[in-house]
Design a binder for this molecule. Structure first.
Ligand SMILES: Cc1ncc(COP(=O)(O)O)c(C=O)c1O
Length: 407
């Protein structure tokens, strides 16, 4: 069971004991009593390092005083840029230069910034299908067209990407960008094959398409080694990698970074939003730098990997026990597994019955940007609940599926 009890913010004039309505909720998640909610791709709240970050932020105020509260250096404070570079020296195959890192408000804002810098109205952005539905929302904030690429158990089908680029360009379209999550993909948990990684960066260089590599799960591998990033094996200028501390420290920091060639990084730091407001998330950036400097970060990530590996195994084991007719992915890292229901059961239509039994998930269709796929699929996150509740969630889904198939 969860140890953390959420303390709702109360408006000053609300009577004691009133429950928090939506406008006084301080967090995004809405916990519904009685529902094991496997739809949220969030970290376990009991594993958020509250005490360590309180200590780190006190140290930041002691050390920097008012400089902690001033507009920050454009690309991010050097202690954090150095911490990111040091960490990538052990988690990836190439260390970015100090001028190849820009601190951002998470991967989401890094994606928005890359789209602002690289895209013109009417450009085509290629996305694999299925893909992270909220990255699609960020891209749709820009006046561009999304075109889908096929995806299978080995990740993005790169040969189809080459054909699609040629076809679109033959029709006079400007294809500028390809967004992909090659490592521990959201929503499927799939990891792009090594061969396809090489093909993809070669294609990007040849076709002059910038690959946006969403790399937020890199640190959360549960079996063996994590493949080198596309960014680390690509020719400079072909890949922008998005990193994040949301999954490994805390999403409330809204802190991440991009790695890019020095020219694009310089354009990012010269962008209006940074020129006007200074380095992004300056106080959070200094706090994370102080936390990493204590040496606690690698052990914290190991704890997360240990906990999430056990949770993944519990969920996959429970699916095998309760839903043997379904199929699902075997994620080697990340937060999610992707389940395909048996007998063509429609996952969106099933959701009310599943919720009535006390379990929730995201229907697969939500992750299709343009097509109509994923009808019988659903995404389950295994990070937010301990093993026994994950198993109970799988049992409840199986019960809803059995009933639907009987009808
Ligand atoms: C693939 C992917 N990219 C980006 C994000 C969001 O990252 P951030 O919190 O750093 O904006 C998520 C979170 O669910 C994600 O799964």
């Amino acid at each position: 069971m969860r140890h953390h009890t959420r303390v709702p913010y109360r408006l000053p004039d609300s009577p004691p004991g009133t429950t928090a309505p939506d406008h006084v909720r301080v967090v995004q998640v809405v916990d519904r009593p009685g529902i094991i909610d496997l739809s949220w791709g969030h970290p376990e709240v009991d594993l958020l390092p509250v005490a360590a970050l309180r200590h780190a932020s006190a140290e930041v105020f002691d050390r920097y005083g008012p400089d902690a509260l001033s507009y920050g250096r454009d690309a991010g404070p050097p202690p954090l840029v150095e911490a990111i570079r040091d960490r990538l020296a052990t988690t990836d195959a190439r260390v970015p230069g100090p001028d190849e890192v820009v601190v951002t408000a998470g991967a989401s804002q890094a994606l928005d910034l890359a789209a602002t810098l690289l895209l013109s109205p009417g450009d085509v952005v290629l996305v694999e299908e299925p893909t992270y539905h909220l990255a699609v929302r960020v891209l749709r904030d820009h006046p561009v067209d999304l075109v889908s690429l096929p995806f299978d158990g080995g990740g993005l089908r790169t040969e189809a990407a080459a054909e699609t680029i040629a076809r679109l360009r033959g029709g006079g379209r400007s294809v500028r960008m390809l967004y992909t999550i090659p490592t521990y993909h959201n929503p499927t948990g799939v990891t792009l094959d090594e061969g396809r990684r090489r093909d993809l960066v070669a294609l990007a260089a040849e076709a002059g398409v910038v690959v946006i590599e969403d790399d937020v799960y890199r640190e959360l591998g549960y079996d063996g080694s994590t493949p080198a990033s596309l960014w680390s094996i690509a020719a400079p200028g072909t890949v922008v990698r998005l990193g994040s501390f949301s999954k490994t420290i805390a999403p409330g920091l809204r802190l991440g970074y991009l790695t890019a060639d020095a020219a694009l990084a310089a354009r990012a730091t010269a962008s209006g939003v940074i020129d006007s407001g200074g380095g992004i998330a300056h106080l959070a950036a200094l706090t994370v730098a102080a936390y990493v400097a204590t040496g606690a970060y690698p052990a914290h990530v190991d704890d997360l990997r240990h906990a999430y590996r056990a949770r993944r195994d519990a969920l996959l084991g429970a699916l095998a026990e309760h839903l043997p007719d379904a199929s699902w992915t075997q994620p080697r890292g990340g937060f999610f597994t992707w389940v395909t229901l048996p007998g063509g059961v429609d996952a969106a239509a099933l959701l009310p019955a599943a919720e009535a039994r006390g379990v929730s998930y995201v229907p697969g269709r939500r992750f299709y940007a343009t097509g109509d796929g994923g009808r019988s699929a659903l995404r389950l996150a295994f990070t937010r609940y301990p093993e026994a509740e994950l198993a109970e969630g799988a049992r409840r889904i199986a019960s809803a599926v059995r009933d639907a198939r009987r009808r």
